[in-house]
Design a protein around this ligand. Structure first.
Ligand SMILES: C[S@@+](CC[C@H](N)C(=O)[O-])C[C@H]1O[C@@H](n2cnc3c(N)ncnc32)[C@H](O)[C@@H]1O
Length: 472
């Protein structure tokens, strides 16, 4: 099991009183913030990465406390399945029998014990303090007893004791060890195919905080200039990408002024591939983004369209997401349509159509800490039928000889190659060698489609395939 980077011990964290009895001992700000994130995720299905930043701001946590709160909140959210198995074993109770408020604290404590270098006594003591402050001494005794039992074994020993047998169920074993639901680990193994030996690396990459990727808007600023003004590093693959080590990209002048945006390099490659795809016949400049919200790819397509003298119609049925597309594409040759991509009412004849389909998002789990425990295998079927309908609609809207690029931020085979195979069978679309549209990127699979991976490329696990509508 991987060890997280050093986290500071409880000592030195500035204490704060919880909501409990005034005689309760103080609890530190960072752990209280992390606990409140776990609580929001559990009680109101909140997204950890949306709750935490506001909370850090409102409570004015200093840099060190904010870093610890982030590490604990995100880490415990990601590792939930593993932590719960250990807590069940340590408490002798099913998770469903443990009060939710105590469970948040136990998860936080177990995470510190198993996956950080926080001193065990500090992990236990701060959890007990937090419990006593909020729930009283009786419950604090329970938390103390459970965490002491958790601390009796290392992470590796817990895995040896609780994970499925590696010889009989290798995927189940790795899934447990790397804190992923087995169905997701299996989906990754299926997509890796002959390279399934890389499964541990993919799972590990999901637990690694991704670098911030910026996109330098073509026509506004070059990646070289953006790297210079931000102190970042030019991307390896996309000519528009710049990597940042950290910090708040929203505070960068280039982002505030609209010269650059935050966008995973894989997404940049997808939008660019659409503009590079060979057409049968001339490009009249009619481009369509059929699933545009919140507008990351539409903005890059719009910027390239401006240079190429083209125009982008951007479709998004959800009004508030359509508004986001409008904001990101302001002053670009992009028209937003708040309609369903399956029935747009738009005139066909487009040269290039992007279907960046709604999907399980399994390829972007590193960005959404709790997402892996929220998604269920049964979600896939409904998404696949929507994906097929959207791709069918795109193939009607594109002109003969025009190109549709279908993409997902998921490597799940049902959402990727199976959707493409279905479209080829039903509509006679011709599949292009999509690898030629990302010529600088190695290791994208055996083709004709392209699969990117976080552990190989540092991008989200984006899939893309280019289909051409036959001329006759
Ligand atoms: C993966 S996101 C697209 C991300 C976007 N291309 C970007 O780069 O920012 C999928 C989008 O499809 C939208 N969507 C869902 N159902 C749709 C439908 N029936 N027609 C068109 N878009 C749909 C979702 O609201 C969501 O905004």
């Amino acid at each position: 099991m991987n060890k997280r980077p050093a986290s500071r011990s409880a000592k030195g964290n500035r204490p704060e009183r919880g909501n409990g009895p005034s005689s309760a001992p103080p609890v530190d700000k960072a752990r209280l913030a992390a606990r409140d994130v776990l609580k929001a995720v559990r009680e109101r299905d909140a997204y950890a990465n949306l709750v935490l930043p506001g909370l850090l701001r409102d409570r004015k946590l200093d840099t060190r406390d904010a870093a610890l709160a982030t590490e604990l909140a995100y880490g415990a959210s990601r590792a939930r399945g593993l932590l719960d198995a250990v807590i069940e074993s340590g408490s002798g109770r099913a998770i469903s029998e443990i009060d939710g408020g105590l469970l948040d604290i136990l998860r936080l404590g177990a995470y510190q014990l198993l996956r950080t270098r926080v001193a065990p006594h500090a992990a236990v003591a701060t959890s007990v303090d937090l419990t006593r402050a909020e729930f009283g001494s009786g419950k604090a005794g329970f938390v103390n007893a459970v965490l002491r039992r958790v601390s009796e074994k290392t992470a590796g020993q817990w895995v040896d004791e609780l994970a499925p047998d590696a010889a009989k169920d290798p995927v189940g074993h790795l899934a447990f060890e790397h804190a992923h639901p087995k169905w997701i680990a299996q989906a990754f193994a299926d997509a890796l195919g002959a390279d399934a030996a890389e499964l541990a690396d993919v799972l590990e990459a999901d637990d690694t905080r991704p670098a911030v990727h910026l996109v330098a808007r073509p026509g506004e600023i070059s990646a070289e200039e953006l790297a210079l003004v931000t102190g970042g590093e030019e991307g390896r693959y996309s000519p528009y990408a710049v990597y940042l080590d950290g910090g708040d990209p929203g505070k960068l002048d280039a982002v505030r002024d609209g010269l650059a945006g935050v966008q995973d390099e894989g997404s940049q490659l997808v939008a660019r591939a659409l503009t590079l795809a060979p057409l049968d016949g001339p490009d009249s400049g009619r481009w369509l983004d059929l699933c545009a919200g919140p507008g990351g790819k539409a903005a890059l397509l719009g910027a390239i369209a401006e240079i190429d003298g083209a125009h982008v119609d951007a479709v998004e049925p959800t009004p508030h997401r359509a508004e986001l597309v409008r904001k990101t594409t302001k002053s670009l040759p992009v028209t937003v349509h708040v309609v369903d991509g399956r029935d747009t009412g738009l005139d066909g004849g487009y040269d290039r159509v992007l279907v960046d389909a709604p999907c399980t998002g399994l390829g972007a789990l590193r960005r959404r800490p709790e997402a892996r425990w929220r998604r269920e295998a049964k979600d896939v079927a409904a998404l696949v039928s929507l994906q097929r309908e959207l791709l069918a609609s795109a193939l009607k809207l594109v002109r003969p000889g025009g190109v549709v690029v279908y993409s997902t931020c998921s490597p799940h085979l049902s959402e990727t190659v199976a959707v493409i195979a279905d479209a080829i069978r039903r509509y006679g679309a011709l599949e292009l060698d999509t690898r030629t549209l990302v010529p600088e990127v190695p290791g994208v699979g055996d083709g004709p489609s392209v699969q990117l991976w976080p552990h190989r490329h540092g991008t989200d696990a984006m899939f893309m395939a280019a289909l051409q509508r036959p001329v006759s």
